[in-house]
Design a protein around this ligand. Structure first.
Ligand SMILES: Nc1nc2c(ncn2[C@@H]2O[C@H](COP(=O)(O)OP(=O)(O)O)[C@@H](O)[C@H]2O)c(=O)[nH]1
Ligand SMILES: [Mg+2]
Length: 394
């Protein structure tokens, strides 16, 4: 079985370090944090291992009640998570989260859960076990567990991750000469952790892929944004453009840049694929039909140059968004670069009547805005919004 990582999180003083000591026994080895040294991360995180248990434990030592220090701890966990997402073979994955709350101050549960969700935002589906620390009072346990469950139920994204609520006493708590609370709950916690570990290993892999895909999407969107400004700039010619050939260099650069983001290798096969996209976006019957339809839209009060700029921006944005979708399919292994028929049909469909509607809306919006200093940037932001996923609905 794969060796997993448990992140222990919770405010300072709740008993995280005491809990970790109890779990690891005397056999504790503190591991150096890989690749930190120079950064401030080591201050905020510590990794422990023991031969006695099949997982590493990461202590987050900076979760102070003070907002400033807590912020630093949240940042440290986020930074560590991102490093993990970048490095394929990293052991910096978080597979299970122990979220510690103090059995004696349960009023703070909802507030603490908010900080938890911020710090661990990358690990959206990783199992969470809530540990109620210092659970000395047996009569309070049931109410505390109930409070934790309802605090989690109120959290949209984390509710489903809650896999257990375990009250523990990590070391003997002496009340007076005759009364004490003996350690308990530690082996239950280890068992519960082992039980969810296989699920946690899958969840971490899934969360890292989702994180990477989101990063790629964001980068690719910025390429589309910049290219669309370029499209609006070169398109702003007062002579009516018969076809979209004028956009060819911008589209080539745009599509190549997006392909690179999705790790598409530069070879004959990818060139053929990219050329098919450019062809549809510049010289195809679909492109020509779209231009004719757009020029025939009545009642648009725009100078010829501005009208052309909006149309050009529309082409570059549509081709860019289509390319993001296509390269994502290839990146995910759902399509291949030799699927030329598919990409042509798909790109042509991006220039259909829906395209004409969106660009028409863009013309209207640009006409209403009355222009400004940087026309190309304004046109681009209007058009990109219409073509971005989920855009153009109103
Ligand atoms: N007796 C007893 N003391 C505890 C227990 N858990 C935490 N403490 C005490 O609470 C204080 C804070 O604990 P610590 O583990 O340092 O909290 P951390 O800041 O979350 O790491 C220390 O004085 C611990 O000895 C427990 O289960 N039993
Ligand atoms: Mg500590």
């Amino acid at each position: 079985m794969e060796y997993g990582n448990v992140l222990v999180i919770g405010n300072s003083g709740v008993g995280k370090s005491t809990l970790i000591n109890a779990v690891l026994g005397n056999d504790v080895k503190e591991k150096a944090l890989a690749g930190t040294g120079t950064s401030g991360t080591t201050k905020e995180l510590k990794i422990y291992e023991s031969d006695a248990i099949p997982f590493r434990i990461i202590d987050t030592i900076g979760f102070e009640p003070s907002i400033f220090k807590r912020h630093a701890a949240i940042k440290a966990v986020k930074k560590w998570s991102k490093e993990s997402a970048k490095d394929e073979n990293s052991d910096k994955k978080i597979n299970v989260i122990w979220f510690c709350v103090e059995g004696t101050s349960s009023k703070l549960f909802p507030e603490s859960i908010k900080s938890l969700s911020k710090a661990t935002a990358l690990w959206k589906s990783v199992p969470v076990i809530v540990v109620i620390t210092k659970s000395y009072s047996v009569p309070d346990r049931e109410a505390n567990m109930q409070m934790v469950r309802s605090a989690f139920a109120a959290q949209k994204h984390y509710a489903k991750n809650l896999k257990g609520v375990i009250p523990v006493v990590a070391k003997t708590f002496t009340l007076n000469d005759t009364a004490f609370a003996a350690p308990e709950g530690i082996s239950e916690l280890i068992d519960a952790t082992n039980a969810v570990m296989p699920e946690g290993i899958k969840a971490a892999a899934k969360d890292i892929s989702a994180f990477k895909l989101n990063r790629k999407r964001a980068l690719a969107q910025s390429v589309v944004g910049a290219s669309t400004v370029g499209g609006a700039t070169v398109g702003a010619v007062p002579i009516p453009i018969a076809d979209a050939m004028i956009l060819s260099p911008i589209e080539v650069l745009e599509i190549n840049s997006i392909a690179k983001i999705y790790g598409i290798k530069d070879n004959e096969e990818s060139k053929r694929f990219i050329n098919s996209i450019v062809e549809v976006g510049t010289a195809s019957a679909a492109a020509k039909a779209a231009i004719s339809a757009l020029k025939a839209i009545p009642g648009i009060n725009l100078a010829a140059g501005v009208l052309n700029a909006v149309i050009a921006a529309g082409f570059v944005a549509a081709i860019g968004e289509g390319s993001i979708y296509a390269f994502e399919k290839i990146y995910l292994g759902e399509k291949t670069l030799d699927d030329i028929d598919w990409i042509k049909k798909f790109m042509e469909s991006r220039l259909s009547s829906e395209f004409v509607d969106k660009v028409g809306k863009g013309m209207q919006k640009v006409a209403e805005s009355g222009g400004g200093k940087n026309m190309a940037a304004m046109i681009s932001s209007v058009v990109v919004q219409l073509f971005a996923p989920g855009g153009g609905k109103n």
